[in-house]
Design a binder for this molecule. Structure first.
Ligand code: FSX
Ligand code: SF4
Ligand code: F3S
Length: 393
């Protein structure tokens, strides 16, 4: 958390102005700035910079286009349970063109877009929600007689920054699910250059807001990974911060919805949870400001990998996830301990046979039950095998 002196030294008059403008108490406002700074992973004191930027900077003009999508991105931004989030968004940015929210229609709406682009040439932030269909010359999506392809290119030409919000705009998302009849493509593919992406279906509104506030505070977009995702939000696997992780490590899994394991909050890996191969900050940020555990896994549903290209809307929901950086057996306690020489090979073999193990497994069990750690290592050295390979079978 930042230096409170910095925050409280923020001119009282300025903060008063903010109180008036945002219709929230000074305490709530400063808390909000601190939350955004923490979301962005900024160092101590940055919350004061965020507060100053929001207070002093001119609201950036935002032009928001909708293509192939469900409008869930907008919904998640504006229907968050936080009582002031909607207000904050509309007060921090100047939403000059947004087809779902604007009152204008038809030619009036077209004129509003042109006017906003002209008045803020080179300075506006272009936000794209939805994928762009490229098959049949883009005819699957037309607005005001123009294809999504043409609209995107026209609006991106004079934008200061382009943000692809949601998985559809980021990598094709749900509309690009095979066989992808309309050729749904990402913003970066159509523009032929990388853009900032905030994937998620829908994405967490705080990740979008933090990205915009970063732009406002530092005059540039946050650091991104090779897929254009802000590192502050997408550098960790869901699995790395999941509250059910201890159950995964201990081998306690829900095997079907509603079973004892599921009711006790055990790991959802065996129900197809894609947390082990999905990068997102859902477990740490949560959704909807409705308190702890308000995210898919927290609510008892496996992560479907909605942020991740090649996972969400691609892999079958109940297919087991690929373990990106950890394999389950590595987490289990060794089955051969240091002390003791253990049983003879013969007695161990008998034990394995008694246990009814299959022939191959019995051999393995024989080896593992029958040897002490030191002897096991010696066996391996003799066989020229690497540690653990055999123990895991
Ligand atoms: Fe919907 Fe947005 Fe999903 Fe896509 O979010 S919530 S289909 S990511 O573009 O509206
Ligand atoms: Fe959590 Fe899913 Fe990982 Fe289990 S597999 S710990 S439910 S992210
Ligand atoms: Fe999506 Fe998984 Fe998060 S489904 S919302 S990435 S927990």
């Amino acid at each position: 958390m930042g230096d409170m002196n910095d925050i409280f030294n923020l001119g009282r008059e300025a903060v008063h102005g903010i109180e008036q403008r945002l219709g929230m108490s000074r305490r709530d406002y400063l808390q909000f700035c601190a939350t955004l700074a923490v979301t962005m992973g900024l160092p101590a004191g940055a919350d004061a910079a965020v507060a100053k930027a929001i207070e002093s900077a001119k609201r950036p003009s935002v032009i928001w286009l909708h293509f192939q999508e469900c409008t869930g991105c907008t919904e998640s931004l504006l229907r968050a349970e936080h009582p002031t989030l909607e207000k904050l968004i509309l007060e921090i940015i100047s939403l000059d063109y947004h087809e779902t929210l604007m009152a204008a229609a038809g030619h009036q709406a077209e004129a509003a877009r042109k006017d906003a682009m002209k008045a803020n040439k080179g300075k506006y932030v272009l936000v794209i929600e939805g994928a762009i269909p490229v098959k049949e010359n883009g005819n699957y999506c037309k607005i005001g007689g123009h294809t999504a392809i043409d609209l995107l290119k026209e609006c991106a030409a004079d934008a200061a920054a382009v943000i692809a919000i949601g998985s559809c705009a980021s990598w094709g998302g749900m509309p690009s699910t095979g066989p992808n009849p309309s050729g749904a493509s990402s913003v970066a593919e159509v523009l032929g250059k990388p853009v900032v992406t905030i994937p998620g279906c829908p994405p967490n509104p705080y990740n979008f807001l933090a990205t915009v506030v970063h732009f406002l505070t530092f005059g540039k977009l946050p650091e991104v990974d090779k897929l254009g995702r802000p590192k502050f939000a997408y550098s960790r696997l869901v699995h790395e911060n999941c509250e059910r992780r201890a159950h995964f490590d201990a081998g306690r899994f829900a095997m079907e919805f509603g079973d004892a394991g599921h009711r006790q909050g055990h790991c959802l890996y065996k129900l197809g949870c894609k947390g082990p191969e999905t990068y997102a900050n859902c477990p740490t940020l949560g959704f909807g400001d409705a308190g702890e555990n308000n995210w898919p896994v927290g609510c008892g549903h496996p992560c479907i990998g909605c942020t991740e290209k090649g996972v969400g809307f691609t892999k079958p929901i109940h297919q087991l996830a690929k373990m990106v950086n950890v394999a389950p057996p590595l987490q289990y306690a060794r089955i051969v301990e240091e002390q003791g020489k253990g049983a003879s090979l013969a007695s161990a073999a008998a034990l394995a046979a008694l246990a009814g193990a299959a022939a191959g497994a019995a051999v393995m069990l024989t080896r593992n039950l029958g040897l002490s750690h030191a002897a096991e290592e010696a066996e391996r050295a003799k066989a020229g095998s690497k540690p653990d390979d055999k123990a895991r079978g």
